[in-house]
Design a protein around this ligand. Structure first.
Ligand SMILES: [Zn+2]
Length: 114
C-alpha cells in the first residue's frame, strides 16, 4: 500500500494549496513521474480514484501523469545516459561511478481549478 500513502500525501498538498488560495474545486492535476520512481502508475491511479472521493476539493479531479525519462551521470567521463537502458554502468566508458540525476521524482506539475 505504498502508493496509497503517496496519494494521500499528494491530495493533502493539493488541498493545502486550494485552502490557501480559497479555491473550491480542483478539476485537474498533472504529475511528473520519473521512470524509476517507486510508484506503479496503473496502481497509483487506482488508489487516486479511490482516495479523491474522500476529498471535498477533488471529487471530480482528473489525474494526468507525465512519465519523465531517468537520466544518470557518469563521474568518470562526465556524460549522461538513460538509466533504464544501462542501469549503473556508463555506456560511454564502462565506469560504474555513476549517479541518478533525475527520474525518481513524483512532482505536482500543474493544477487546474474552477
Ligand atoms: Zn562514463
Amino acid at each position: 500500500m505504498h502508493e496509497l500513502g503517496i496519494v494521500f500525501h499528494l491530495i493533502k498538498q493539493i488541498e493545502d494549496v486550494a485552502k490557501e488560495n480559497k479555491i473550491e474545486k480542483v478539476t485537474e492535476v498533472t504529475l511528473e513521474v520519473g521512470e524509476v520512481s517507486t510508484i506503479e502508475p496503473k496502481y497509483f491511479k487506482e488508489c487516486y480514484e479511490w482516495a479523491k472521493k474522500r476529498s471535498e476539493y477533488m471529487k471530480e479531479c482528473k489525474l494526468n501523469m507525465v512519465i519523465v525519462e531517468a537520466i544518470s551521470f557518469c563521474r568518470k567521463c562526465e556524460q549522461t545516459y538513460s538509466t533504464t537502458k544501462y542501469a549503473k554502468v556508463c555506456p560511454h566508458c564502462g565506469s560504474d561511478d555513476t549517479y541518478l540525476v533525475s527520474g525518481d521524482q513524483v512532482i505536482i506539475k500543474n493544477i487546474q481549478v474552477v
